[in-house]
Design a protein around this ligand. Structure first.
Ligand SMILES: Cc1cc2nc3c(=O)[nH]c(=O)nc-3n(C[C@H](O)[C@H](O)[C@H](O)COP(=O)(O)O)c2cc1C
Length: 368
């Protein structure tokens, strides 16, 4: 847990009070203006439990869930045990079939979803070609039918996460956003890039600001926010109601909480260093292996690579971890790396050695 603190030079200027998201019978009040983005292959229950440690009130998201796969009996584990999370968790759905999306939304609401988010931005070719994710940017009428079907199926708020458009020439972000709002979307997260851009270039925050100015539902700005200063600048430029953080949080589950503290004028929790990062990596690894067995070790590699950065010997450690054949071997590498760090005050939140021996893990049924 964060213990000591530093301060941001500028004071925040975020909209005051909680954000109301209107539902069809069940409204939601969002107390934190910083959201953790849905991240396929990353934002499982274990990752979310780490983010939650620093961000108790933030809205987090499941990995995206395919509605047709759910119908066929797959993907249900991604939205299991939502009610066990002490804070709000939205379920993100994607598909091109309104009926399947409505049914999946009903199921997600039954599983404890805080809200339903519809993915209209995923650039993955296989998904977009079938008409899901960003594919819906090319079929706006179908996109609106999906919003109507989902909004009519649940009592909780339905939001959409999308991009500025398919490509620069065809994009009409304001027109599309207004149509989504009219169809029943009760919030919009906008990534300031087109589908054609993928992740290249810079997110266009002024374009997000033009959409925000045209809508009456809450708008969350997304793209290239990696710290409190970015978030403040983004909010100043866009006038958005909040920000969503994606890639910046890979290997940095404290980021959402740190940005939230900055925006709210609270002292910033320190960025964990050396031993604390190693301890966090070990905890994440143990939890994944406890929940997923050998597959957990493979899944953990990317998290280990992202978390083990920025301390002496980190590059060598990452290389060795990628080849570690077992949980025990990986933990031994981490233990040795922590012991080899130059002496200094122990990082906050660790036992000084930075690693506790393997013990019971916070295995999360979401990941089974
Ligand atoms: C590994 C990875 C997985 C992602 N998975 C999803 C997803 O499941 N659903 C979604 O809407 N966006 C997904 N995104 C996009 C992010 O949520 C976010 O919109 C994008 O990365 C831009 O924000 P950023 O600049 O803060 O990363 C993913 C991005 C990455 C890098």
């Amino acid at each position: 847990m964060p213990t000591s603190a530093s301060a941001l030079p500028t004071l925040p200027s975020i909209p005051a009070g909680a954000l109301r998201l209107q539902g069809n019978g069940t409204d939601r009040l969002l107390r934190c203006r910083v959201l953790q983005s849905p991240l396929a292959g990353v934002s499982d229950g274990i990752f979310r439990s780490l983010v939650r440690r620093w961000a108790p009130d933030a809205l987090l998201f499941t990995e995206m869930v395919n509605a047709t796969a759910l119908e066929l009996g797959h993907g249900g584990a991604k939205m299991a045990a939502l009610e066990q999370d002490p804070g709000p968790v939205g379920v993100q759905l994607f598909d091109h079939r309104p009926v399947a999306m409505a049914e999946a939304a009903r199921r997600a609401e039954g599983a404890g979803a805080w809200l339903i988010d519809i993915n209209m931005g995923c650039p993955v070719r296989k998904i977009a070609r079938k008409g899901g994710g960003s594919g819906l940017l090319r079929q706006p009428e179908l996109a609106l039918r999906i919003v109507e079907a989902v909004a009519g199926a649940v009592t909780i708020p339905v939001t959409v996460k999308t991009r500025l458009g398919w490509c620069a020439t065809s994009a009409d972000p304001v027109g599309f956003a207004l149509a989504l709002q009219n169809a029943g979307a009760r919030g919009l997260t906008l990534h300031g890039r087109t589908r054609e851009q993928g992740f290249s270039g810079r997110a266009d925050w002024p374009a997000i600001g033009r959409v925000k100015a045209a809508l009456h539902i809450p708008v969350i700005a997304n793209g290239d926010i990696t710290g409190p200063e970015d978030a403040l600048r983004c909010l100043a430029i866009t006038g958005a109601d909040g920000v969503m953080v994606g890639r910046g949080s890979l290997g940095r589950p404290w980021l959402v909480g740190r940005i939230a503290a900055g925006l709210e004028g609270r002292p910033l929790p320190p960025e964990p260093e050396g031993r604390a990062r190693i301890a966090l990596a070990a905890e994440h690894l143990q939890a994944l292996v406890a929940a997923r067995g050998d597959q957990g070790l493979l899944i953990a590699r990317k998290h280990l690579g992202w978390t083990c950065q920025g301390f002496a010997g980190a590059a060598r450690l990452r290389q060795a971890l990628m080849r570690a054949p077992s949980l025990e071997a990986a933990l031994e590498l981490l233990r040795r790396a922590a012991a080899e760090l130059p002496d200094g005050p122990p990082d906050p939140g660790t036992d000084g050695a930075g690693l506790s021996p393997p013990g019971p893990c916070p295995a999360d049924p979401c990941c089974r």
